[in-house]
Write a protein that binds this ligand. Structure first.
Ligand code: SD4
Length: 331
């Protein structure tokens, strides 16, 4: 007799035919050291990370240096300064950082500090904790000497005021690309940079930083500062990061899932595809949203896959430092 539980388990494990997806770019293997990042603005971030890696620097230093680039970029309305605010006009930032040994630090709902990734690193290195939130994260950052600044630029304020006219909240897929470099009035309401690096010594590290969903409810925290959701690194296996609607990633502990699938023998590409399939299988409505995963293993093999077309990722190694590729997607 057929084991019903085994059948259900098999159905959940394998994506239905309809989810077979568009062809991914041919799997890429980078040489050590290397760095990969989400979205078009990952190219500039990778170049800063490459400056560290190419001199023999650590993956951890590289991802921090790289993540600081979009955090400071006024054209980027989804990371750091100039990020779009929450529903009430507050720019609140989420970030996490993790190394090969499992050390990690994160901040969530941090206001007034332009480089949350560096505050996350201080949480990792100078406190016994992993995650600081809100006013406590701000207090810690100020104590650590980070300057207090107003991060809401005139363009982002204008975009928020335009949004207030209708105040409809609906995450838009791929806003990271659509609104990059655009001024007020963009429909963007999510964005993130996730970066994964492998250094010359063979150590992995990752960083993830975002202003989260634009126009979010005050207090909303996405996947980016949640270790295991927006970012996960296991030095013996690989690293993964995510972008898109964080709620769906948190529900499925997405980056941890990708790393665990790699641990079980899947390639980074297969692991990203399986994690997206899991999200869709558990909640079919997510087909109208965007979630993307990026993964890198200890051999330098890369994976990238998303629900919707339009996800892009950037790569740098000794061969070329400004590669930008389309990620494969289910739809
Ligand atoms: C969040 N995952 O806060 C982030 C947003 C994002 O591309 O990645 N946008 O849910």
């Amino acid at each position: 007799m057929i084991d019903r539980r085994a059948l259900i388990a098999a159905a959940l494990a394998a994506p239905p035919l309809a989810l077979a997806g568009r062809a991914a770019a041919a799997p890429v293997t980078l040489s050590k050291p290397c760095v990969i990042s989400t979205w078009d603005f990952g190219v500039a971030a990778n170049q800063a990370a490459w400056a560290v890696l190419s001199k023999g620097g650590s993956a951890l230093d590289a991802v921090e240096a790289g993540a600081r680039v979009p955090e400071a970029d006024l054209k980027n309305h989804s990371v750091g300064r100039a990020g779009y605010p929450d529903r009430d006009g507050h720019v609140t930032l989420d970030a996490s950082i993790m190394d090969a040994a499992g050390n990690c630090g994160a901040v969530a709902g941090l206001e007034h500090i332009a480089h949350p990734i560096s505050v996350a690193r201080r949480v990792m290195e100078r406190t016994p904790h992993v995650l600081l939130v809100g006013d406590g994260a701000l207090q810690f950052a100020l104590e650590q000497g980070f300057p207090r600044e107003d991060l809401l630029t005139p363009e982002s304020r204008q975009a928020w005021q335009d949004w207030l006219k209708t105040a409809k909240y609906k995450p838009a897929a791929n806003s990271e690309v659509d609104t990059y470099g655009k001024g007020a009035g963009g429909a963007a309401n999510h964005d993130t940079i996730g970066m994964l690096a492998l250094d010359a010594k063979g150590d992995l590290a990752g960083a993830c930083t975002t202003s989260g969903m634009a126009w979010k409810l005050r207090g909303r925290v996405g996947d980016s500062p949640i270790v295991g959701a927006g970012l996960y690194v296991d030095g013996a296996v690989g690293a993964a990061t995510s972008t898109g609607v964080g709620e769906e990633v948190i529900r499925n502990v997405g980056s941890f899932l990708v790393v665990e699938l790699m641990r079980q023998g899947r390639s980074p590409q297969e692991a990203c595809e399986a994690a997206v399939a899991r999200i869709l299988a558990r909640k079919p409505e997510t087909k109208d949203l965007q979630v993307g995963f990026l993964a890198l293993n200890t051999k330098g093999e890369v994976g990238a896959w998303s629900i919707q077309r339009g996800f892009s990722y950037a790569m740098a190694d000794v061969g070329k430092q400004d590669r930008l590729l389309p990620g494969g997607s289910v739809y």
